[in-house]
Design a protein around this ligand. Structure first.
Ligand code: 4AD
Ligand code: MG
Length: 436
């Protein structure tokens, strides 16, 4: 007897055949004492199974609850009303693993978010959570396909490190066999060392930030999609970022199928080029549109101020399309960023802002002059010793180069129109949560 999936990859040819299906009881509906409709879930999708007569009258049937695992045997019938056009008429079945009745108490939407997060290992079986997880896999695949289609090489930098990349305040410290160490904030510095070895490269790895506040877009552990390119200029970098985002959106639309239609039918291809806005003009925009640095006192932003999450999102939502915000002041950005030749107070830096989510990408050209980097360490009070391998890039065949980091979870929030970042994680990590 052939095994069938609830949503087989290839359609057709199953109607009228006797098959076995294995999975979990997603829903149960007793039509009468002798007629049970069971919706089976196996990860590929759902199929309705019909059980009647003596099959429904066993102890196992009477005790059956949601989330029990079962093997069903029966004939595939065509059913116009059913999704996938198939229904299973069961002639024999076996209980594989029972599920206690309390499952009904756990999987209710009335529970508060924190209780649901404690039960996330069960909640992910739900229709929406499992759809998001499956789309996350597809979206990750779309990024890899973009990179491979453009001949980038995937590298795997270490995530246990002794260097900071994005400022000391968000580092997670730990004891590495008696030596002080951190969980990486970004794989960028290591990717930079990879370009003379393999050329254009990327990685998809977790990064860690000890973020003090937990907002709807901050995690303590997130998946970071990073890429690095040699012999490019700032304009090349901006175009690569724009191409990445627009191309991945196209791929997601193509591959997303029914899952995307359910979660976010509104996802549309993005128009290129994206709007560009310098930091300096963003400050002006905020002043003109009464987006304040401090609402209470109606204090305006000045050049040099960090534009925090709230006002930045207000500006982005007002503009209503993806923005490449460029040329941030040196004082606001990390030590490694290259200065603008026309104004050394500014950096060749870029953030991509997307309506509804805010910052999704951060990138820049990198300082590639050895002496300039040494000065930057000093200015930022960074001990250069643990960075010797990074500095060496500027000693052995330096070249203009740049790259970016994209927060996968933030991109998914945008692509799937999800409000909260923790809903797109298998098991989110943020301040106050480290279980399950
Ligand atoms: O802007 P960030 O801090 O830039 C870097 O880490 C660079 N070293 C990247 C590079 O050039 N290779 O982080 C990049 C992106 C952000 O735009 C955001 O999407 C995401 O990473 N990100 C977070 N996502 C979720 N939770 C957090 N706490 C995040 N911090 C950054
Ligand atoms: Mg950033």
């Amino acid at each position: 007897i052939g095994k069938l999936k609830c949503a087989p990859a290839e359609d057709g040819g199953h109607i009228g055949t006797r098959v076995m299906l294995q999975g979990w009881t997603h829903r149960l509906r007793w039509e009468s004492k002798k007629l049970l409709f069971l919706e089976l879930r196996d990860g590929t999708g759902y199929i309705q199974a019909v059980m009647s007569g003596n099959l429904c009258m066993t102890k196992d049937a009477l005790m059956l609850n949601r989330e029990a695992s079962v093997s069903l045997y029966g004939t595939v019938c065509s059913d116009e009303r059913a999704k996938g056009g198939m229904e299973l008429h069961v002639d024999y079945w076996e209980l594989v693993g029972s599920s206690p009745a309390e499952i009904e108490m756990i999987l209710t939407h009335e529970s508060n978010p924190d209780i649901l997060l404690n039960q996330r290992h069960l909640v992910i079986r739900g229709t929406k959570a499992s759809a998001v997880l499956r789309m996350r896999s597809i979206i990750t695949q779309c990024f890899r396909e973009h990179f491979f289609a453009n001949d980038y090489v995937e590298l795997a930098p270490p995530t246990l490190v002794q260097t900071q990349c994005e400022g000391g305040s968000t580092l997670f410290h730990f004891d590495y066999f008696g030596e002080p160490a951190y969980l990486t904030q970004s794989s960028q510095l290591y990717l930079e060392t990879g370009i003379p070895a393999v050329g254009d490269c990327f990685c998809i790895l977790p990064s860690y930030r000890a973020e003090k506040s937990s907002t709807r877009r901050h995690l303590a552990e997130f998946h970071h999609i990073e890429a690095e390119f040699a012999f490019i200029d700032f304009e090349d970098l901006l175009q690569r970022i724009e191409y990445l985002i627009a191309d991945v959106v196209d791929r997601v639309i193509e591959k997303g199928g029914d899952l995307l239609q359910v979660l976010n039918p509104g996802l549309k291809p993005l128009k290129r080029p994206f709007k560009r806005l310098t930091y300096t003009d963003a400050v002006k925009f905020c002043r003109q549109h009464n987006i304040y640095k401090d609402e209470a006192t109606q204090t305006h932003f000045e050049f040099g101020d960090d534009i925090p999450e709230g006002p930045e999102r207000k500006m982005t939502d007002m503009i209503g399309e993806p923005i490449l915000m460029i040329k941030f002041p040196m004082t606001l950005k990390s030590f490694y960023m290259k200065r603008c030749p026309e104004d050394r107070a500014l950096t060749e830096s870029v953030d991509v802002l997307i309506p509804g989510v805010g910052e999704v990408v951060g990138g820049s050209m990198r300082m590639h002059d050895y002496d300039e980097l040494m000065e930057a360490y000093e200015r930022e009070n960074i001990d250069p010793a643990p960075y010797y391998w990074f500095s060496d890039q500027r000693k052995y065949g330096t070249c203009p180069h740049g790259g970016y980091g994209l927060g996968l979870e933030r991109f998914i929030c945008y692509a799937l129109a999800q409000h909260h970042i923790r809903d797109v994680c298998l098991y989110p990590r943020y301040r106050g949560r480290i279980e399950p």
